[in-house]
Design a protein around this ligand. Structure first.
Ligand code: SAM
Ligand code: SF4
Length: 349
């Protein structure tokens, strides 16, 4: 039986509005993460190898193309957009993109425009971000010890990052801290991180290391199950599970002693795929439907093939029909190779 098109409303130009994104498991896709560059001024040991090969600059989407791509997803029902990377704030001209995307906040189509950053450049950009309607940001920081910080990031300067966080809070941005739990590196520091973050009015989320890309050292040496961290923290703090959600995969607890929120992102010990509402695009316009699978769709070709968005919408629709039910990461002695060759910096966190 054919579809009765007489009931489909047309927009002001007489075009059919683009279809909303619903995957084969009835999950509505409303959250897009965009890696605006795969480059970074740090080389975190769990994210990158020391000598990373980056995508050729010639293959990068321009800022205008990134804007068009994001806007197409917003037209298809995406309400939350996160800029990430690599380090999003090292992409030249990034504020032009933030500024142009903020028009969708103005129309109400986009509910949240945010970013994940290592904060190295945040002193410079915090006020501007706030002026473009960014309300909350995630800052990745795994330790408050300058030497450990240098060892984890290889190239980072803790002082600059802390100054960036100060600037963000002074500008009125709500900052959440993300810390990757690393065996033998920051595992004894979690209580201090909690007290420091909560003392400054910031939520803290702990993340399990994921086996993405070859980083030059074994994942088993890095991997610390958060179930263990939580058990240890429970000896010192009272953790009450709460129903707080940010649209991401974290489960949140209220820490009674500090009054702050503590999140756990546990891709390995507790798979969070049932409620997955997100997809990711790279800086070259490749769409990844799942962080844990190789399958991807090229959106750069349909984007460049025509000035109208019909081909692009069709490519996005087709890709979403291939969104898998979930992923299964395993880190143990039998799984020595990375689960995927792709580094986290390609698709963003
Ligand atoms: N450069 C920015 C930053 O560090 O916040 C944004 C991109 S970074 C890839 C996004 C997040 O992914 C960071 O919080 C980082 O700690 C996390 N990450 C990177 N590699 C990871 C891995 N293999 N497993 C778990 N988290 C990882
Ligand atoms: Fe850069 Fe972020 Fe990866 Fe660290 S985690 S190397 S800051 S992209």
């Amino acid at each position: 039986m054919g579809i009765d098109t007489s009931t489909i409303e047309l927009d002001r130009s007489g075009n059919r509005p683009p279809r909303a994104l619903v995957d084969p498991f009835a999950r509505a896709i409303t959250y897009l993460r965009v890696s605006v560059t795969d480059r970074c001024d740090f080389r975190c040991v769990y994210c990158m190898s020391e000598n990373m090969a980056f995508l050729p600059k010639a293959e990068l989407l321009s800022l205008e193309e990134l804007d068009r791509l994001c806007s197409a997803f917003i037209a298809k029902g995406v309400t939350k957009l996160r800029l990430t990377g690599g380090e999003p704030l090292v992409r030249r001209g990034i504020m032009t993109l933030v500024s142009s995307l903020s028009r969708h906040l103005g129309t109400g189509a986009l509910k949240e425009l945010t970013l994940t950053t290592n904060a190295s450049q945040l002193s410079k950009y915090a006020s501007e971000l706030k002026s473009y309607g960014v309300e909350r940001i995630n800052v990745s920081l795994d330790t408050l010890d300058p030497d450990k910080f240098r060892a984890i990031t290889r190239w980072g300067d803790l002082g600059k990052v802390l100054a960036g966080i100060d600037a963000a809070q002074a500008a009125g941005l709500n900052v959440k801290i993300n810390a990757v739990a690393l065996k033998g590196v920051n595992e004894d520091e979690t209580p201090q991180l909690i007290e420091w973050a909560h003392g400054r009015g910031m939520d803290l989320t702990l993340i399990e290391v994921m086996p993405l890309g070859d980083v030059g050292e074994g994942r088993l040496e890095q991997y610390l199950p958060l179930s263990m961290v939580r058990a240890k923290l429970s000896e010192r703090f009272t953790l009450d599970e709460i129903d707080y959600r940010t649209g991401g995969p974290a489960r949140y607890f209220k820490v009674k002693e500090t009054g702050g929120r503590l999140g756990f992102i546990t891709p390995l010990t507790h798979n969070f795929c049932e409620t997955c509402n997100r997809v990711r695009i790279t800086c070259t316009g490749t769409l990844y439907m799942c962080l844990g699978h190789e399958d991807a769709a090229d959106l750069r070709s349909p984007l460049r093939a025509s000035e109208a968005n019909d081909l692009l919408y069709a490519a996005i629709d087709e890709a979403i029909t291939r969104k898998p039910k979930g992923h299964d990461f395993v880190i143990d002695r039998r799984h020595k190779r990375p689960a995927l060759n792709r580094h986290m910096s390609v698709t963003g966190g």
